[in-house]
Ligand binder design. Structure first.
Ligand SMILES: [Fe+2]
Length: 104
């Protein structure tokens, strides 16, 4: 179904929320594409085919990043959590817990 991304009646949702829902679905689809290329490459024996898949997967990294950045620019608390967890070193769970506390 084309409109499954809505959990509430679409006609009751403001345009901003509908755009947010579309971008959430997009980021999910990009992550799924990254996963599918990863699986395809892991079983593909033809080097040329694998190279094309690898090139395509890199394209999906870009799409995922753009979608995610769009969403984070609209959700400051989400952005703050991400800033405290992503591109850090050390215990990931600990970073996540501290990030959650910081936005409470
Ligand atoms: Fe994509």
């Amino acid at each position: 179904m084309a409109f499954d991304q809505y959990h509430e009646p679409p006609n009751e949702l403001p345009q901003e929320t509908r755009t947010f829902a579309r971008m959430i679905l997009s980021v999910i689809e990009e992550a799924q594409a990254i996963d599918w290329y990863e699986q395809r490459m892991s079983v593909e024996n033809d080097d040329a085919a694998k190279a094309i898949m690898h090139n395509a997967q890199k394209e999906e990294f870009k799409h995922f990043a753009m979608d995610l950045e769009f969403l984070l620019r609209r959700k400051n608390e989400w952005r703050e959590v991400m800033q405290r967890v992503l591109f850090t070193t050390g215990d990931i769970v600990e970073k996540g817990e501290k990030a959650e506390e910081a936005v409470d």
